[in-house]
Design a protein around this ligand. Structure first.
Ligand SMILES: Cc1ncc(COP(=O)(O)O)c(C=O)c1O
Length: 371
């Protein structure tokens, strides 16, 4: 199996840690170890006594119990812990897909959601989303794309990089179509709990459809990417068993301190999510003003969830040149859509970090200079 270069991650590796104003991060503001330890009085003592041997390969039972509480109908034995969401994607695709299988992937997408399938030799149909109709998923396209060998629909809701969430009605329709055609669903839900209006929160796929897995992670909504803790939840224990068997060839088990901090964070999830949503809402107010001011030059489809959006340049300029020039002149990093193989006009903007207002100030300066 040969994997193509992961464009977005390569771009980040080059710039992420040496730019002045990172404005395209996909996650929420993180925390220090000290911040997390303050969440519970005896956390520090427990940390000092935490054993640093190998951990249980399925994930620490307490961690799996805390993760299960994020779902309505899931129990801890429906959970398998991974090293980040990325390992969950890689392992699932390798276990579940074979050369010649057909998959349908919501697009644009985080590259591994289609690239791993592609590398295995699967036929990949991109379920294209467009900002002209507010990124709405076209159900007829899904129906028409199904073939005899369609094995899996790969969803990402709330969606990255657009911040789109489908309606509950459309969500149900997707599940119905999958069920009728005996198609499995891989549901990337790493931005769940960051819906700006709680009413928009979709059911988690593994609660409503047994032929599915739901992917979660500590990185995005919880802002704890450095822990590298992700998980797959599923009622399908046959698939879970295969995933855990494959994991013995990747990471075997998780980092013990990361499991400790993830348990602590999840026990206090309401505090963490409230803090992160407040940063997002404050930043969004500024972005709304900004994009209204510059609506002649940039199209803004307001996201409904998450900490990223995907605006479009309305001017005749290649977005990669625009981003690199912005970086050179003002030290602000945006992510051009060329890293998503999605044309030359969009860019990903991140608004989960506390320093976004400062970055926006410099972006505005740049736009004023240009136009
Ligand atoms: C939609 C989506 N899924 C999965 C991942 C991988 O998450 P992690 O880096 O925490 O493994 C990302 C990371 O950006 C993502 O945007």
């Amino acid at each position: 199996m040969k994997l193509k270069d992961f464009k977005l991650e390569t771009f980040f590796a080059k710039y992420e840690f040496n730019v002045k104003h990172l404005m395209c991060a996909s996650d929420c503001e993180s925390f220090t170890v000290g911040d997390l330890l303050k969440l519970e009085d005896i956390a520090e003592i427990h940390l000092k006594n935490h054993w640093l041997g190998y951990t249980e390969s399925l994930g620490h039972p307490d961690l799996r119990k805390e993760i299960a509480k994020l779902y309505d109908k899931v129990s801890y034995d429906d959970i398998l812990v991974f090293s980040g969401a990325e390992e969950g994607i890689f392992v699932f695709m390798n276990v579940f897909l074979n050369k010649g299988d057909h998959v349908i992937v919501q697009f644009p997408a985080y590259q591994s959601l289609f690239e791993v399938a592609h590398s295995i030799g699967c036929e990949v149909t991109k379920w294209q989303m467009h900002d002209d109709n507010n990124w709405e998923l076209d159900i007829d396209f899904l129906k028409e794309s199904i073939k005899k060998n369609t094995k899996c629909i790969i969803l990402n809701l709330p969606h990255s990089p657009t911040g789109y969430i489908t309606s509950k009605k459309t969500f149900k329709e997707i599940v119905k179509i999958a069920e009728e055609n005996n198609i499995f669903i891989f549901s990337d839900e790493v931005y769940r709990f960051l819906e700006f209006d709680e009413e928009d929160r979709l059911p988690t796929m593994c609660d409503v459809y047994d032929q599915s897995v739901s992917l979660g992670v500590m990185s995005k909504s919880f802002g704890l990417a450095g822990l590298r803790i992700g998980w797959i939840a599923s009622k399908n224990h046959h698939v879970l068993k295969q995933l855990s068997s494959f994991k013995n060839y990747t990471t075997i088990c998780s980092s013990a301190p990361s499991e400790f901090f993830s348990i602590l964070a999840l026990r206090n999830k309401d505090i963490i999510l409230k803090r992160n949503l407040k940063i997002i809402q404050d930043n969004l107010k500024l972005l709304d003003e900004f994009f209204t001011k510059f609506e002649k030059y940039i199209k803004w489809v307001r996201p409904k969830a998450g900490s990223v959006a995907f605006p479009r340049l309305l001017i005749d300029k290649d977005v990669e040149m625009f981003c690199l020039n912005l970086l050179e002149k003002k030290g602000v990093l945006l992510m051009p859509s060329t890293n998503f193989d999605y044309g030359t006009s969009h860019f990903r903007i991140g608004f989960g970090r506390k320093n976004m207002p400062d970055a926006l100030y410099h972006l505005e300066d740049y736009i004023k200079d240009q136009f």
